[in-house]
Design a protein around this ligand. Structure first.
Ligand SMILES: O=C(O)c1cc(=O)[nH]c(=O)n1[C@@H]1O[C@H](COP(=O)(O)O)[C@@H](O)[C@H]1O
Length: 234
């Protein structure tokens, strides 16, 4: 797999027409993420459009509910034959286990890889301590959430690049690590609080990087994507 195939670009746009414009402007992108903004506005038809173009799909709906409900959501999502699907680790052990079991029972070997959000990359240590009132150091918290996901049978997690090296060494080489919160030195951080450059994130052990606005908000998204691929290779 080339470096470019390890970059997932989010379709964080309000309409399916905007999404198709972006997809067709970036033919070199092989892996796209469909998140809440687009799925809530346009429903699943964008997934068929991506399939027709032979793209891989990360369906990022970040399930967070009681075990019975997340299991049902996973059974419903299994029909879309996407590659990756997200759930919050804070659903807890029973929720994670039931979600994973529901996916595999419904889709078997075709089941998407269910990956757990450890701690959103927009949150800082201060947010964790003062707003969420979680009295644990941030790196330890992210690691504990990843281990909870692993023990519950999930194949991977979403983490910031800051925690990737530790998660990689503790969770092992088979555990899938997907890192958003990635910013080239020439881009704005925006709402991301624990960002690193694409090269640093790969070096830390990420399998895939999710990179949105540095590419999609650029004047020339194709050039921005190429520049990121070259920077990682360098
Ligand atoms: O699940 C995600 O993909 C996700 C988890 C997380 O902790 N942080 C995070 O930024 N994301 C997503 O990754 C993308 C990052 O986009 P940019 O900040 O524009 O690069 C967005 O689509 C977020 O929804």
């Amino acid at each position: 797999m080339s470096i470019c195939d390890r970059i997932i670009v989010p379709l964080d746009v309000p309409t399916q027409a905007d999404a198709l414009t972006l997809i067709d402007a970036l033919p070199e992108v092989s892996f796209w993420k469909v998140g809440l903004e687009l799925f809530v506005s346009s429903g699943p038809s964008i997934l068929s459009e991506l399939k027709t173009r032979q793209k891989r799909i990360f369906l990022d709906l970040k399930f967070h509910d009681i075990p019975n409900t997340v299991a049902g959501a996973c059974r419903s999502a299994a029909q879309y034959q996407v590659d990756l699907l997200t759930i919050h680790a804070t659903c807890g052990r029973r929720g994670l286990k039931d979600a994973q079991t529901a996916l595999v029972e419904t889709a078997g070997e075709q089941a998407p890889k269910l990956i757990a959000i450890t701690l959103l990359t927009s949150l800082s240590s201060r947010d964790l301590a003062f707003d969420l009132k979680i009295p644990v150091e941030l790196p330890e918290y992210a690691l504990e959430m990843a281990l909870l996901a692993k023990e519950s049978g999930l194949p991977g997690a979403v983490c910031s690049p800051h925690e990737a090296a530790q998660l990689r060494s503790v969770c092992g080489s088979e555990f899938l690590l997907v890192c958003p919160g990635v910013r080239p030195a020439w881009s704005e951080a925006g709402d991301q609080r624990r960002a690193m450059t694409p090269g640093e994130a790969m070096k830390a052990g990420a399998d895939y990087l999710v990179i949105g606005r540095p590419i999609t908000a650029s004047e020339d998204p194709g050039a921005a994507f190429q520049r990121i691929c070259e920077e990682i290779e360098a």
